[in-house]
Design a protein around this ligand. Structure first.
Ligand code: FE2
Length: 447
């Protein structure tokens, strides 16, 4: 890979055209599937929506690749007990939940664990078999995916690195994704992740229903929040690597597949990152969260946190998301005669939060980078006692908030259930979380 890689196309869900510059004219002209493709390539379509989806929603990409994807041996199950879509293993728990930063266990940290091996499902709802639901996964890994890749048949992954840059190889080309950036790898797209840091960690929102889109802006106008041109899609880059077969005739490259919530693997003799050219609008992409254009109240009160929505996966119910990806970026707080931290809240949606950097503005302590919280449907939540006291008495001058910080929320209209790993095995649940609100005292004085 040359030092100028990776290179990117700019824009969100554009009709992109991409050729590896080592093979100019490798995209067929004027048609998708010529009798013979340039350079002896194979044409292969990746469909991200039904063939007959409305034109405005239709997503597909044509690959021109050295070998078609179908050259692989049969899939066999992989033992991955912490990757699941079974939400009925532990009893429901409506409490406010908070997790300390996730780590590899002592035993795990003695081994090499790559991104796929380090995936753990924390909570979720729904069923990939009926393409309805979400899952929240945590990854912690200490090694790269060598001679293997993965694709997800169940839905799309929105990956939020918290620690360690991810070098993401995809069929479309490579991406580098650092903490405070995110990437989305949609259903069916093969990818492989290399890491540089001794330990890498992050959060994943998986949606089964549909794809992420940019939220409508309504009266905000044509610009603002996450601007389309700040989304980056990798440019075509191929490798032609034949690993061959072992003594038993098994290919030496492994393709992992998450299918109906379980992990499978198949062997083949070559790298699947052999796409020389592609065109289409069904693509992986990354986004730098520092580019988000923050909008909020400039006179009094708060805009609701939906004003911080980066991406949304809509449901069929107008205005109600299967899941929103929301951030709380550094910004000015200027509201007059206003309690400025987040308000106390009971929500008909589920709120899963994580922290990428710094300190979250509504909690004095305990919510740490690499940790998480879950405030389930109608479970009360809000600033802790110290935050309430401080903000109620603060001088209301224009103030920077959240500098050096990036908290985020996966907000879902589904009621999320914990997995056994989330409830027990990870051993990170903070049993004392509820105590942060206990010192809130009565201020009411009857006249
Ligand atoms: Fe809330």
């Amino acid at each position: 890979m040359s030092s100028s890689r990776p290179q990117y196309h700019y824009g969100f869900a554009n009709e992109f055209v991409s050729e590896d510059p080592r093979c100019p004219e490798s995209l067929p002209k004027g048609q998708n599937n010529p009798q013979k493709c340039p350079f002896g390539l194979y044409a292969e379509q990746l469909s991200g929506t039904a063939f007959t989806a409305p034109r405005s929603e239709n997503r597909r990409t044509w690959f021109y690749r050295i070998r078609p994807s179908v050259i692989h041996e049969p899939f066999v199950p992989v033992d991955a007990p912490h990757l699941t879509c079974d939400w009925n293993v532990v009893p429901p728990n409506p409490n406010q939940l908070r997790w300390k930063p996730f780590t590899l266990s002592k035993e795990e940290s003695q081994k090499e664990i790559n991104f796929v091996e380090g995936l753990r499902t924390l909570c979720g709802a729904g069923d990939p078999k009926v393409r309805h639901g979400i899952a929240v996964h945590i990854y912690v890994c200490n090694s790269s995916m060598n001679d293997c890749c993965v694709y997800n048949s169940d839905g799309d992954f929105l990956i939020v690195p918290q620690m360690g840059q991810l070098n993401v190889k995809t069929e479309f080309g490579p991406m580098k994704v650092s903490p405070n950036e995110i990437c989305v790898i949609q259903q069916g797209m093969k990818f492989s992740i290399s890491t540089i840091a001794a330990e890498s960690r992050g959060y994943i929102l998986e949606v089964y229903d549909s794809h992420f889109i940019l939220p409508n802006l309504g009266p905000i106008g044509a610009n603002g929040l996450a601007n389309p041109r700040d989304f980056l899609t990798p440019q075509a880059f191929y490798e032609d690597i034949e690993l061959g077969k072992d003594g038993n005739g098994r290919g030496l490259y492994t393709v992992y597949n998450k299918f109906q919530g379980s992990l499978f693997k198949a062997q083949q003799a070559h790298s699947p990152f052999d796409v020389v050219a592609w065109h289409g609008n069904y693509v992986p992409y990354k986004y730098d969260l520092s580019k988000f254009m923050v909008i909020n109240a400039v006179q009094y009160d708060h805009a609701d946190p939906s004003i911080f929505t980066v991406l949304t996966c809509p449901s069929n119910k107008p205005g109600t998301a299967i899941a929103d990806f929301v951030i709380f970026p550094p910004r000015w707080s200027v509201q007059e005669h206003t309690f400025r931290p987040p308000y106390y809240h009971r929500n008909c949606m589920s709120e899963f939060m994580g922290l990428i950097l710094g300190n979250y503005e509504a909690k004095e302590e305990g919510f740490l980078p690499g940790g998480a919280s879950l405030h389930s449907m109608m479970t009360p939540h809000g600033p802790d006692a110290k935050c309430f006291e401080d903000a109620s008495n603060a001088k209301l001058v224009p103030t920077r908030v959240a500098d050096g910080t990036q908290a985020f929320m996966f907000e879902s209209s589904l009621s999320l259930a914990l997995t056994k790993w989330g409830a027990e095995t990870c051993n990170k649940l903070d049993a004392d979380y509820y105590k942060c609100w206990q010192p809130l005292r009565k201020h009411f004085v009857e006249k």
